[in-house]
Ligand binder design. Sequence first.
Ligand SMILES: O=P(O)(O)OC[C@@H](O)[C@@H](O)c1c[nH]c2ccccc12
Length: 250
Amino acid sequence: MNTSDAIAPAVESILDSAREREGGDERLSIEARSFPEAVAATEREDRVPVISEVKPTSPTTEGVREDDPVELAREMVAGGATALSVLTEPEHFGGSTETLERVREVVDVPVLRKDFILREDQFDVVEADLILLIARFVDDLEELVAAATDRGFQPLVEVHTAEELEEAIDAGADIVGINNRDLGKLEVDLATFERVAAKAPEDVLLIAESGISSGEDVRRMREAGADALLIGTAIMDGDVRENTREFTTT
Ligand SMILES: O=P(O)(O)OC[C@@H](O)[C@@H](O)c1c[nH]c2ccccc12
């Protein structure tokens, strides 16, 4: 874990509660819906692969969206989402594992569990197709990537710098998310993806995360090598079906 740079207080608070969150006591075994296949299918239809994020609120968003997350998820899939991301962090993002469970029951696309996982037993609380591991926050990335894969999850390793990208590759990640948001200052800069993606090996599936809010942003990330885009705020703001449709047909 890289602790040399200061982490924003909001993120410290997220990590404090993540440390205390209990794990499951039974090891899960999952039959995951393939994310690489879903991405390839979207590409064949000449659309942009988008992971649409169900995010009721966040430390950087104003207000809380009260609509039924399951209904939002359905609408996102109807709008052409390749996959969904569901926040399960309860205290700062308004998420829950029950929501993820219900969403995964009603859609047939791959679903990412978005949370701040720090220990192996925290994998075992709810099934998902993809699971997020944030390179900056975990001590033993390689072990966690292996533990996730053993259970049948497709680990998505999130990075923000070229050094973390290297760590992710060394840990065996083949799906990597490059977060444009700096978790130190919580600021977004799309140049992050451009800079870090340039260092990625060809065979890694690259996801551009955070701060994508226009067709222009989509094109910019695709030109820089994004195989898929993870979009939350800009989809959650308004008609989620129409918003997803617009991003996927840019
Ligand atoms: O709402 P945005 O800017 O479109 O970003 C979505 C997603 O990238 C962001 O929610 C995110 C990226 N990494 C995370 C880690 C935990 C929680 C949330 C995130």
